[in-house]
Design a binder for this molecule. Sequence first.
Ligand SMILES: O=C(O)CCC(=O)C(=O)O
Length: 254
Amino acid sequence: MLAPLTPDQRMRYEEDGYLLVSGLIPDGMSREAARAMWRILHMDPCNPATWDDPPPGFEHAVGANRYDLYGVQDADVMACCTAAFLDATAQLLGEPAEAVHCPDAAQAFHLFPVEREWRAPAPHVDGIPRECAHRTFPGPYRLTALVYLSDVEPHGGGTMAWPGSHAKIAALAASDPEKYEYLHQLQPDIAALDLGEPVELTPSRGDVLFFRHLWAHGGTPNVSGTPRLAMRWLCSRDCCLRWSKTDAWNNWSP
Ligand SMILES: O=C(O)CCC(=O)C(=O)O
């Protein structure tokens, strides 16, 4: 086991509910993964005129100008799932490295520029769609990760983070287990909690954001001139069925 995280990083993950690990994906690997994403998008990173053509296979959320594609298995993208990444995952879970299995695909989710005023998003936790009927405890996942594949400047689509929110949200859920049996029942009452001041993350290419179940976060509008490229891992194995995403893919849930 490489044990890439320091005791201080592990402590911050426990306290804050998330950890942004700078440069966890080596520079050359994240560069090739970003190139692969542009190939898959059929767009030229240097030519904004190509950013308006709908890329094949992607879902497009018009308001956020966000493009999603499930099941990316390009070799340069999958190479970002390094031994160090898996070992960092194991460290945060407090488990031996062998306990963490590899994902077998990625979900690309890229935030393209929008022309509007930047506004902070409302906090949410993951796993809330009503149709998924995920129970609040133990939840569909223990830890998940976002991998950034571009450098993000302020108001350029960096994820909004609420440090320590997981503990406050868990306390709310535990205060009335019947009322908050399912995550979709808990989500509406999160807005009324005092979660403290959020932090707008400004990650760089190759950074990884790890976060735990019930940690509040939000996607922000990208009002910069540069697309924000990112991905999270998917898995087709039965062990990840508890956080199913599409017919073919589950969210990777180590
Ligand atoms: O795009 C982001 O930065 C955050 C995405 C998000 O909120 C989510 O995946 O639940």
